[in-house]
Ligand binder design. Sequence first.
Ligand code: FAD
Length: 400
Amino acid sequence: MTRDEALKQLEEFVPRMIDYAEDRNRVVAGHTNVSRLSPAIRHRLISEDEVTSAALENYSFSKVEKFVQEVYWRSYWKSWLEMRPEVWSAYRKDLAEMNSGASRAAEKVLSGQSGIEIFDYFASELITTGYLHNHARMWFAAIWVHEFKLPWQLGANLFQQHLLDGDPASNTLSWRWVAGLHTAGKNYLARASNLEQYLAPEILNSHLGGLERLSHPKAAFPPTHESAPSPNPVAEVESGDSLFDAASAGLWLHEDDLNPEPEILERSVRVAVITSLDLHHSHGYASMRREWIMEAAKSTAEQIGPKAEMIVSNDTALALADWAESHGLSTVIAYQPWVGPIRDKLPELKESLRTRGIALCLVRKPSDQVWISLATAGFFGFWKKLLKKHPLLREMRETA
Ligand SMILES: Cc1cc2nc3c(=O)[nH]c(=O)nc-3n(C[C@H](O)[C@H](O)[C@H](O)COP(=O)(O)OP(=O)(O)OC[C@H]3O[C@@H](n4cnc5c(N)ncnc54)[C@H](O)[C@@H]3O)c2cc1C
């Protein structure tokens, strides 16, 4: 997908935003009641604020509040994980240490014969399309954790590998929420009655086998090493004009943010848009996901023009250092990657640049600074603070 295609998809969804609050939980063939913009927002071909602006330019705040709120759920999850990065590290460690029995049990339920036909249907939709509706993600994760009693980490990893919008924060934390680890005493169970209410009959009626197992679901209580982790201050990143020595600063764009601000572009002598195949392979991304990211990165480089290079590499640290050195850069500027695969790679990248005498300077967009440290507790506390602090939302509420 390209940025222009994402913007077109957003424009086409505008007339449907008005029905979103009422319609969003229904799972229907083609998913016409939701925007399907998540891969574009996840990789920042378009931003949360652009989606919000499109909603607020066309409707009053009260008419689209639910939609706008959902858009900032992603920011909430990101902020929450930025403040508690140890949750991501613990998840990655658990995955690395997963016993082979659990992995075999997971493979068995994914063989298409799990015993619950609607689960098999969603598993197939995930793998063949790279998308599942939010409600289907909730049902799938609940069946995985509470009915099949499989480790949530393996389910989260499966989603991360196949979803085109695979997002370390939204995904890991949603799985933890379903499992009952996010909010003490609260978990999510998939009930047959809820599926009957929200899933289109033409889908459900041809996948009824095993549905009775969800008539009276019971919660499994997965083990956890931590109780609710307390929030830490978010690490400061560098900022300011001093980063840009006009002759020698270049911009590295990575897949956490493919939409650079015009000012930062203008001041960078060269731009590298790097697709990190090493990370894709170490995290087991499915080919559909890898191709999506590659196309988005390519379109970003093309849109920037001659000073941008698209680099596809199996060794991001080496590729970045080679690129910076070949252009005589003294500084590489990059948007601070969110907690997740690229962030984990930063120490190696910094070291690789340092050995060539090149500095890596990380920056954040002003719009991200608004919400980055607001997730001190639950979503609604975050939302209240966001409404006060976010200029776009504050202005809309004041004029509403
Ligand atoms: C178990 C589980 C795993 C998930 N994994 C991911 C993931 O890896 N990546 C991901 O982007 N989302 C994830 N979500 C959140 C949500 O399901 C998707 O963002 C949403 O379904 C994307 O479809 P859409 O673009 O049509 O959403 P729409 O309903 O059109 O919503 C508009 C936008 O709001 C944001 N949004 C909506 N709902 C949520 C939500 N619950 N949490 C966070 N942001 C939301 C997305 O950016 C979305 O594009 C997960 C949810 C669950 C329950």
